[in-house]
Design a protein around this ligand. Structure first.
Ligand SMILES: Cc1cc2nc3c(=O)[nH]c(=O)nc-3n(C[C@H](O)[C@H](O)[C@H](O)COP(=O)(O)OP(=O)(O)OC[C@H]3O[C@@H](n4cnc5c(N)ncnc54)[C@H](O)[C@@H]3O)c2cc1C
Length: 350
């Protein structure tokens, strides 16, 4: 396990002995925070190891303006996919959209209630899109925010208690995980769909992803009303399994708008869905262009489905399929179910 900036050599998990911190959770993203909360609720002591920074969320991330998140590079993992690195993981950098899947169970209700999302405030552009989309197709986005600011999974589920130890800037390796398991420490892996497989010695598989394209357009001057630090994701459109997320400002320049289209459950985004969204924007006098830039909602998962692992993984990599909606709530509910299943009937030991 390495701690940046100055990694201590040969650190042993005995520091967090079984009696002090029995449950070891790797990763403090959405799944890791839920796992920690659930383990604490069951009476365990918990040690969370997070590779990214801790401390107060920088103002640019606390802002609900998605565009500002890119101003905090230390909170991102570099690579093909955007992924958050720090307390809250993806929820510290993401679009904050909280959506209920069509079929709900107890864990999903629990997750939505915990997020306690607040509705975005569409500007005139968002209201026009909602009107043009008509009933049933569009709705105001619900966001994981409170008092106009981002609310991360760590804010929701990682409240300090004397039974919780959170180590930040601490990158756990596959060897560390093997040692945790050897030492008999209950260990849950929640390092995210892209990194958990490597930690449990599973062969990397191609990740499943929500294919996305972006329709970019120029926002007319009279519709550029969102001020900086307001949520820019205001409206969600749904037709079939295609989703459109409206960004009323897609960057620092208020004249840039975007509709991000993603196939939420299947594995392709068909031309008819793109044409429907394109025509909707044209009907509003906007002049969209189709761009194949990687979309910020892109998210990989399901890489460990059906694979035996050295330690249980409770994050998006063990979902059985791509979620039908933006994944944060699905991941939280999944981590809740898995942590309860794995820890409920274990002997706490102290
Ligand atoms: C830009 C962007 C926008 C998104 N928008 C939305 C949205 O609006 N709504 C929505 O529902 N979903 C959204 N998502 C997806 C959502 O954020 C993820 O589904 C969710 O965060 C996945 O949770 P997780 O716990 O599986 O992984 P993560 O939240 O990624 O957490 C993994 C954590 O593990 C840590 N970690 C990794 N490796 C190690 C290691 N070796 N040692 C220690 N720690 C490690 C990471 O630093 C990270 O903190 C978005 C994602 C991105 C990137």
């Amino acid at each position: 396990m390495t701690q940046s900036p100055s990694p201590p050599a040969g650190r042993s998990f005995a520091v967090n002995s079984a009696t002090e911190h029995p449950v070891q959770i790797v990763g403090a993203g959405v799944a890791g925070c839920v796992a920690a909360f659930t383990a604490l609720e069951l009476g365990y002591r918990v040690a969370v190891h997070e590779a990214g920074p801790g401390g107060p969320l920088p103002p640019e991330l606390r802002s609900p303006d998605l565009n500002r998140a890119t101003e905090a590079p230390s909170w991102w993992w570099p690579g093909q996919y955007l992924a958050g690195k720090g307390l809250g993981g993806g929820s510290a950098v993401n679009g904050m959209v909280v959506q209920a899947p069509r079929q709900m169970d107890e864990a999903l209700h629990w997750a939505i209630d915990s997020f306690d999302p607040t509705p975005a405030q569409p500007g005139p552009l968002g209201r026009r899109v909602l009107d043009a989309a008509g009933d049933g197709l569009g709705h105001v986005a619900l966001l994981s925010a409170a008092n106009g600011q981002r609310r991360t999974a760590a804010d929701i589920w990682l409240a300090p208690t004397d039974r919780l130890h959170v180590g930040t800037n601490t990158t756990v390796t596959a060897t560390d995980v093997a040692q945790m398991v050897d030492q008999g420490l209950p260990t849950l892996i929640a390092a995210g769909a892209l990194r958990s497989p490597g930690l449990v010695g599973a062969e990397a598989r191609p990740a499943l992803d929500h294919p996305s394209v972006v329709l970019r357009f120029e926002v007319p001057a009279d519709l550029q009303t969102l001020s900086i630090d307001e949520p820019v994701t205001t409206v969600i459109l749904r037709w079939g399994s295609c989703q459109g997320v409206l960004l009323e400002r897609a960057g620092a320049d208020p004249s840039n708008g975007a509709l991000i289209l993603s196939e939420m459950k299947g594995h392709r985004l068909d031309d008819a869905s793109i044409a429907t969204a394109f025509e909707l924007l044209v009907s509003l006098g906007l002049n969209p262009s189709v761009s194949n830039d990687p979309a910020p909602v892109a998210h990989a998962c399901c890489t460990l489905t059906g694979v035996e692992t050295i330690a249980p993984v409770v994050d998006a990599s063990t979902l059985s399929e791509l979620p039908s909606v933006n994944p944060m709530v699905t991941v939280a509910a999944h981590a809740r179910r898995e942590t309860l299943r794995l820890l409920r009937y274990r002997d706490v030991g102290d």
